[in-house]
Design a protein around this ligand. Structure first.
Ligand SMILES: [Zn+2]
Length: 298
């Protein structure tokens, strides 16, 4: 029996400032639809008694009048300013969604996904700027009354782990380990598109590995992302399903797994909400049969 952990990168449009995709998603009504879909999703968590860990972008759960981004530098600073000026409230203000999550009848746990979703390895950001980003992230969670012990790096791009630890984050999620067994290893070595296709079909999802990072925080590698994309290539949806099924087999065979998803994907990717609901039901079933345990990450 082993552990299944699911974390959510809770960001609305903040996660897409750098690539500008928030405009496309906003125009497509993704963030508006979250107002219908998140309550349904949270209801499922309450019904099944599942604790997931919501890593919140600090500025998304802050009073818009209080948001300060003067610690940012370079291109991202300009893009973030434009996002604040031009995005609709539902794209950038997630306080109503957080309230829904906190009202779940099975308590959820919380952490941080930074303050503005700036990439921590962005060369345009000064070390001091990153320190203030992390400080503000913690302060945003504190002001709202949710825990801030855990940090999920934007795009899993880990950097400045010493500053992360100094800011009071005790635990971080890292990118998955490369595949270790069987044909996954061969697929991992294959170049380009062919390799990517082969990996998605053959690679066995890696177990979550928890260890003390030399810089201080306790680190855990993730296993896989629960999504197949808004406009998936042929076969991507089936391949994602297969990988998630294999990840569950990994858990049943005694290795912990750590999955993650973006709440906005539930309102963007066709069929993902239904599929994820089914997946959560399956997890609850396995837990009830004593085959796995489900645990938050905070
Ligand atoms: Zn993110």
């Amino acid at each position: 029996m082993s552990r299944v952990t699911i974390t959510l990168d809770f960001e609305c449009g903040w996660g897409a400032i750098g690539d500008g995709m928030w405009r496309t998603r906003e125009a497509a009504g993704v963030y508006d639809r979250m107002r219908d879909d998140i309550p349904r999703f949270v209801d499922t968590l309450g019904r099944l008694g599942l604790e997931l860990t919501w890593a919140c972008v600090g500025a998304m759960i802050s009073d818009p009048a209080e948001i300060r981004i003067d610690h940012l530098g370079g291109r991202f600073a300009t893009q973030a300013r434009r996002f604040l000026d031009e995005a609709r409230p539902t794209s950038r203000d997630g306080r109503d969604l957080l309230a829904v999550v906190r009202a779940c009848r099975h308590p959820q746990s919380f952490g941080s996904h930074t303050y503005t979703h700036v990439l921590l390895d962005d060369a345009d950001q000064s070390r001091d700027g990153i320190a203030r980003e992390l400080e503000r992230a913690r302060a945003a969670n504190d002001a709202t009354g949710i825990a801030a012990n855990l940090l999920v790096f934007p795009r899993n791009r880990a950097a400045h782990l010493d500053l992360v630890a100094a800011s009071g984050f005790h635990r971080v999620r890292l990118a998955p380990d490369p595949p270790t067994g069987g044909i996954g290893v061969i697929a991992a070595a294959m170049p380009g598109l062919l390799g990517r296709g082969a990996r998605s079909v053959f690679a066995r999802p890696s177990a979550a590995r928890r260890y003390a990072h030399p810089a201080g925080p306790e680190a855990e590698t993730g296993t896989d992302l629960l999504d197949w994309g808004a406009r998936p290539a042929i076969g991507k949806r089936a391949a994602t399903r297969r990988r998630i099924r294999r990840a569950l087999e990994t858990a049943k065979s005694g290795h912990p797994i750590h999955l993650w998803l973006h709440p906005f994907n539930l309102s963007e990717t066709v069929g993902l909400l239904a599929e994820t609901t089914e997946f959560l039901e399956r997890i609850a079933q396995l837990r009830d049969r004593g085959e796995i345990i489900v645990e938050g990450f905070a």
